[in-house]
Ligand binder design. Structure first.
Ligand SMILES: [Zn+2]
Length: 249
């Protein structure tokens, strides 16, 4: 397994390459729009798979399981970025939802994801500020995951990895999370899956390619619609405004 310093350095390098600073919380779904030729597919991949990554000279594709919590989707996207940029073993990965234990390669990708979402130094500073040097509480943990936008379980594993929590205490901190977050005044999006009618979606390069075909009049409108529908973009094919229309303010 790569050492943690190396993985943190890689995470910082990639953040900077994508136009982000090395320490702030990051909107990862927005950030991956910077990656030319990346197609991102959101799809309900079942109970066992968190995501997939396919890459070669022609294709860059990441799929994320949209039935996981939003926080876990963010973490999984960072995990798949490790495969995309730093994993030369194969051109294709199917990644398990289980956070521990795994192969060295999967552990590297998880540790990288953790540092990408919550960089080493800013994480240590945030823990110090939240816990004020005392025993870490569920409220502290929720504040940390809300700040960095990390799933609860991924945050617990990070705290274990940094020595703030014991592995045995993970269950103790896993109950009533969403309710406690609400009571503390936080938005609970982090703990919720994508709404069922939005779980299948394609974003990025694929749509640009379809739009080019349309612009250059290279295929019929029927074919364009077919390509969009195959990519779960009926909204574009049929000009639907599922969310109540456009508001420009
Ligand atoms: Zn993986």
């Amino acid at each position: 397994m790569l050492d943690k310093l190396d993985l943190n350095t890689k995470a910082q390098e990639l953040r900077e390459k994508l136009g982000e600073d090395a320490n702030s919380p990051v909107d990862i779904f927005s950030l991956v729009n910077q990656i030319k030729e990346l197609t991102l597919v959101l799809y309900p991949l079942g109970d066992n798979i968190s995501g997939m990554c396919l890459r070669d000279d022609q294709i860059k594709l990441i799929a994320i399981n949209s039935s996981m919590s939003y926080g876990r989707q963010r973490f999984s996207l960072a995990h798949e970025l490790f495969h995309m940029y730093y994993d030369n073993a194969t051109g294709f990965n199917v990644c398990s939802k289980v956070l521990d234990p795994k192969s060295d390669n999967e552990r590297n990708a998880d540790q990288f994801a953790s540092y990408f979402i919550a960089p080493y130094k800013s994480f240590r500073d945030a823990v110090k500020k939240e816990s004020a040097g005392g025993q870490i509480t569920l409220q502290n943990i929720i504040a940390l995951e809300q700040y960095f936008g990390m799933s609860h379980l991924a945050m617990l594993w990070r705290l274990v990895s940094e020595g703030y929590l014991s592995k045995n205490s993970i269950n103790e901190y896993s109950c009533g999370v969403k309710t406690t977050a609400r009571n503390l005044g936080y938005d609970d999006t982090l703990y919720s899956p994508t709404p069922v009618d939005h779980r299948k979606r394609t974003l990025g390069h694929y749509l640009i390619q379809v739009d080019l075909l349309r612009e250059k009049d290279l295929v019929s409108q029927g074919k364009i619609d077919e390509l969009l529908i195959e990519a779960y973009r009926d909204d574009i094919a049929f000009g639907l405004c599922e969310d109540g229309g456009e508001v420009i303010d």
